[in-house]
Ligand binder design. Structure first.
Ligand code: FE2
Length: 386
């Protein structure tokens, strides 16, 4: 594994030297989840994850078919949407997939051009460019499908001064648990079915102008029982990173296959949320009832100084403290990172969250894959899906 990582040029500016970025992305705008009961989901994300009430749209704002709650924590904005009628495509989505991510919205300078450039290159249309206005100005949005029924929405908001989108009102709640220190979305991972990874990678290259800057094959991501393959796609300026996973053959069922079975198709596997104090953030999340994967064995923590290599002296965190909280550690040439994964946040074993703190490292915790997957397999075994 180390060999592959050493061969990778992390300086994305270098990868893109001379290349023209036809889809400049300013960042993630929002992530919208279609859920069975947005009111209760909103309560969970506020209470457990420390998101703040931000905006609302529903019957009281003139909508008849849906309700959406917008929650915020530093730069992270999530939208929880639920159907109000039985004939709604939102309800159909939830019926098929369970609660999950429908829209990964990308902040752009020009939504029309983003739409035209990607559709010209083969993107399937979800929503034609649409102008929405209110007293705060206008927002232009346009959407294309990516893997499964998941959508990338381009959001142009340079002529808008409001809090979120036209049609939403400020959501002032009397219940405001404090934030837990989550800052921004580090990366978002998609799971696709058997033999679909390369197709999906090519779609991101051809349609979105992304590059594949890191790959892991089934020999690298394998345990005694199951395997997966992964390729990390990044946009031109490196702000948006989408790893893509597909299952691989093993003695038992790959966790990716379990996801695909229960989500009934390709979809978002996890959102990695960044913090700059993972010990504080994770201690707080645990106190609020967020469930994390069980810790790796003692041997894993004994190995940490070796794994850190030249970065050993740089590490400020106490290993005993990390172990107490089951936080994982990995290092690459540029530094180290700390990460931890929640259990799925709904009853289907589908979407989960990662909490990550980067101390220079630009990888995705490849050194933790084995420990992590063994932990997931223990959970799969309990579910009878290994
Ligand atoms: Fe991740």
């Amino acid at each position: 594994m180390a060999k592959d990582i050493k061969n990778v040029e992390y300086g994305l500016e270098k990868i893109f030297e001379g290349a023209q970025d036809f889809l400049p992305l300013l960042g993630t705008d929002y992530v919208e989840f279609y859920v069975g009961n947005a009111k209760q989901s909103a309560h969970f994300y506020k209470t457990a994850f420390g998101f703040q009430s931000h905006a609302y749209a529903g019957l009281e704002t003139g909508l008849r078919d849906r309700t959406s709650y917008v929650l915020k924590q530093d730069k992270i904005r999530i939208v929880l949407t639920t159907a109000l009628t039985s004939d709604s495509p939102i309800g159909e989505h939830v019926k098929k997939h369970g609660d999950g991510v429908k829209i990964i919205a990308l902040w752009v300078e020009d939504a029309r051009t983003s739409f035209e450039e990607t559709v010209k290159r083969g993107a399937k249309v979800y929503m034609e460019p649409t102008v929405e206005t209110d007293e705060h100005g206008e927002v232009i949005r346009a959407g294309i499908y990516t893997y499964g029924e998941t959508v990338h929405m381009f959001v142009e908001r340079k002529n808008y001064k409001g809090d979120f989108l036209p049609g939403f009102k400020a959501w002032n709640s009397d219940y405001n648990p404090s934030p837990v220190g989550l800052k921004f979305i580090d990366h978002m991972v998609g799971n696709v079915g058997w033999n679909q990874m390369n197709e999906t990678v090519k779609w991101y290259e051809d349609v979105m102008g992304f590059v594949n800057f890191l790959s892991f094959d089934d020999k690298q991501i394998t345990t005694e029982y199951s395997a997966l393959m992964s390729k990390v796609m990044s946009n031109g300026n490196g702000r948006i990173k989408f790893p893509i996973n597909e299952p691989a053959e093993g003695k038992k069922k790959s966790q990716i296959e379990e996801y695909i079975d229960f989500y009934e198709g390709a979809g978002v596997q996890h959102l990695a949320l960044a913090t700059d104090d993972i010990i504080k953030t994770v201690a707080e999340l645990k106190a609020r009832g967020v469930e994390f994967l069980p810790p790796p064995p003692q041997a894993y923590y004994d190995e940490i100084p070796n794994r850190l290599g030249v970065h050993r002296d740089m590490m400020k965190e106490d290993i005993n403290e990390l172990q107490r909280l089951s936080i994982l550690v990995d290092a690459d040439e540029e530094g180290y990172l700390l990460q931890i994964f929640t259990k799925p946040v709904e009853d289907r074993p589908t979407l989960f969250f990662e909490i990550i703190q980067r101390m220079g490292a630009k990888g995705f915790g490849a050194g933790n894959f084995k420990a992590l997957f063994e932990s997931i397999e223990r959970e799969q075994a309990l579910r009878g899906t290994l």
